[in-house]
Ligand binder design. Sequence first.
Ligand SMILES: [Zn+2]
Length: 446
Amino acid sequence: MRVRVVSGHWAETLVTPSGVRRSVRVTVAEGRIASVQDGVAAQEGDRHLRLVVPGFVNAHSHAFHRELRGRTHGDGGDFWHWRRAMYRLAAAVTPESYGVIARRVFREMVEAGWTAVGEFHYVHHRPGGRPYQPPHAMELALADAARDVGIRLLLLDTCYLAADVDGRPLEPEQRRFGDGDAAGWLVRWQALREAVGDDPLVAVGAAIHSVRAVPLSAIERIVAALPADVPLHLHVAEQPRETAAFLAVHGETPVAALDRLGVLGPRTTLVHGTHLSPEDVARVGAAGATVAFCPTTEADLGDGIGPGKALAAAGARIALGSDGQSVIDPLLEIRGLEAGERLASGRRGRIGPPALLAAGTWHGSTSLGLRPNRFAVGDPADFVELDPGSPRTTGAEPDQLVLTATASDVLTTVVAGRVLHGSGSIRRRAGAGPHDDRVSSDESAR
Ligand SMILES: [Zn+2]
């Protein structure tokens, strides 16, 4: 007979985008929330947690960009200049080094409170473009890294066919990204899905690198062929040059073209969306799409400040990603989203703490095709304990803590009920005080 293992977790404070709750006891079985009670005491054996939030979800990552951290700041130039350094790195990675980097980066993400990641992956083949044998060496290196670390992974295998908006062939340094045409990418994508199989932590999603890298006819073909439940991600409007070049060739903006082709919808995530016209904002909102902002990367690369509040007002969801890994900290992405709004508008409180927390958590889940953890029975048991008594967070209102904390305040990260980072404190005996294992927030505040 199979024994159902149930673990108990008790939170002093639970903060979700829906509000603040106190003395919440959660039980977990088979990786999911099995029961939730508010205003109750901890039971013997419960893991005692201070301030709990849903697991942060990283909607946009290129793990290997981590190798550029702290190595391009003296170079000057713009995004396109930075891209040359990134291409030199992309030319050098092997399945072995790719896996080593991903393991390290996914581990850093878990320690920072990210419980799931969407890896936008386009370095598919050997330099020059010859496929690996056995196939999927680069992709399976990512999947293995995620399984080893225990983070949820949506492997967004990315179609990359052309060098620019006019459809010209790939440059030599881009050839290892390419599959020839849409049909070639679809065949490899289907085979990859079968190779990854049914895995509780790892799933395969789809991505179109950008309107620079995939001609419209190929985008149309891909969207028609993908199963309806597969998340689809695309880079859009990170740089004004891309939009201007596309407009010159096609006579419409990239978002207008994507809308016309039926690409935009609830399963679609547009990455960046930094330079959108008001008409494009309305199109994205009306489609109910997600836009993944990557504020620390967009600042690092000098991309600009995207219209987050306008997109949300139009009906889009905003999610957040670490993209280039210049920083791995979900709380700094949350802060960056709001900071950009304030810098652009001269007004405070533009997005507001509950919506900022939703961007960092639930909307990321939706973007990756995952069920958000709303702390309801059956939700994935992915959550994070923050320290409300650290030098950074002491005195903060619980629902405003996401605007004061950093990744250094992440005490515990739990994915599918497994503690991947930290330990929390275990309540040892019935009747013991609530802070028997740890200095209370009041004591540490003094
Ligand atoms: Zn990206």
